[in-house]
Design a protein around this ligand. Structure first.
Ligand code: AMP
Ligand code: GLY
Length: 424
């Protein structure tokens, strides 16, 4: 088969890496890809939001399956156009992807189908939002409705902080139209976990649990980012908790959509807060997590392509139980100086050759580009150094030993990825 992966981050590198291992696959393309992806697949100079460019390429190159990594492409209706053209594609259509691309849609759906989540109110005017903040007090959470690359959520410790988030989203429009409507919600306490499933709307296959680390600094301090590291499995997700998440969150969302005539096909990712009162849905995403995919996919022994193909054609029930590597996997993200704000670019990365010789270790590239025989930084999140170990402790140690061999000017990474798993 000929596969096209759409996107350019660490998640897409992990997808391409796993797809190339499938016995079904002859050739993998990635649009646009990055410096690391280009070493194992053919990078294509088409941006992930160029729907008609991608369509033309897929037709011309006789692509058998397209896999969408990036939420923006889903929100723009890439899947709808491919489906109309009779091409197989893995990912939800535009309506279904609203579960991620509109937090208002998502929260309203959760309310309609009794998915346990934080209490919330929706606003389209800053005055009303600010009055509400004064009424409920802090802490509270302010969320932009639309896509904001994982940065559209402010967990405010004070009323002033919450109000200034409202101003920056609604008046200063830092996220453009994504901040036209906002949500203000109750601040939940607990540990977070990511539960990802693959579904064709009828059958659901659950993937291994994972935990992301959203904040930029150790001990969950500083701004929220796209993700600073992840590990899988997340021991805090016991069999009982997983059952509750599946019954009350995942199935209610998928069945709720189906009742409204929306057929969800692809990855459904639930961001969960494990509160004292039980699991609560923080958000839904319509694609693999980044960096959760980097920590989950190296543990998957089953054929990912078979799984995605079955989901895309509505035959997921034909797939048997998935096989997993029992070992733990840890991914540590290395970022550029300044991220998640403005960041430096074009810094040469060294040490990748040394790390490439290590067993059970793979470096997934996020923001890199290849210039001649050099790899330079080109994004905020630059690399995801990923290691497998018999225990989570062993995976942590192996991964950090590799991280220390990699260098670029201004490189930052968290030193505590995976440590929560040691305590739970
Ligand atoms: P979201 O994109 O909605 O998952 O939000 C991003 C991050 O913000 C989550 O992973 C949490 O760390 C935090 N967050 C979101 N909603 C809440 C909430 N209601 N209470 C506490 N933290 C939250
Ligand atoms: N790791 C968070 C996300 O993929 O949205």
């Amino acid at each position: 088969m000929r596969i096209l992966v759409v996107g350019s981050g660490g998640r897409e590198h992990a997808l391409v890496w796993k797809i190339t291992q499938s016995k079904l696959v002859d050739k993998v393309f990635c649009a646009p890809g990055n410096g690391g992806i280009a070493q194992i697949a053919e990078g294509i100079d088409i941006q992930a939001d160029d729907i008609f460019g991608l369509l033309e390429f897929a037709r011309k190159e006789k692509i058998d399956l397209t896999v969408v990594g990036l939420e923006k492409a889903l929100a723009l209706g890439l899947v709808d156009e491919f489906t109309k053209a009779g091409l197989k594609i893995f990912g939800p259509n535009k309506l279904a992807a609203n579960l991620e691309s509109s937090k208002v849609f998502s929260k309203e759906l959760m309310a309609r189908y009794k998915v346990p989540t934080a209490d919330f109110k929706i606003f389209d005017s800053p005055d009303a939002a600010n009055k509400y903040i004064e009424k409920i007090g802090a802490p509270c959470v302010v969320k932009a409705d639309g896509l904001a690359a994982g940065k559209g959520v402010v967990v405010a410790k004070t009323v002033d902080e919450a109000k200034s988030a409202v101003i920056s989203m609604m008046q200063d429009k830092v996220f453009g139209d994504a901040g036209k409507k906002i949500i203000i919600e109750e601040c939940l306490m607990g540990q977070e976990a990511s539960i990802l499933v693959i579904t064709d709307s009828k059958a659901v296959v659950v993937l291994a649990s994972a935990q992301d680390h959203k904040r930029i600094f150790d001990h969950d301090q500083g701004a929220n980012t796209g993700g600073m590291g992840a590990y899988s499995p997340a021991p805090i997700v016991s069999t009982d908790i997983l059952k509750e998440v599946m019954d009350k969150i995942i199935y209610r969302a998928i069945d709720g959509l189906a009742q409204e005539g929306i057929d969800y096909r692809g990855v459904l990712y639930a961001g969960i807060m494990l509160t004292k009162e039980g699991p609560r849905a923080l958000e839904f995403n319509a694609r693999f997590g980044d960096p959760e995919a980097q920590a989950i996919l190296p543990r998957l022994k089953s054929d990912l392509v078979e799984l995605m193909l079955a989901a895309s054609v509505g035959k997921l029930s034909k797939i048997g139980a998935l096989e997993w590597d029992k070992r733990a996997c840890v991914c540590v993200v290395c970022t550029a100086a300044g991220y998640p704000g403005d960041y430096a670019k074009d810094k040469e990365i060294s040490g990748l050759d040394q790390v490439a010789k290590l067993d059970d270790l793979v470096v997934f590239h996020s923001g890199t580009k290849r210039i001649g025989d050099k790899i330079l930084t080109s994004g905020g999140r630059v690399l995801g150094v990923t290691g497998l170990g018999a225990t989570i402790k062993e995976a942590i140690n192996k991964t950090y030993q590799a991280v220390e061999k990699i260098k670029f000017e201004g490189m930052h990474y968290r030193k505590d990825i995976g440590y929560k798993a040691l305590k739970s």
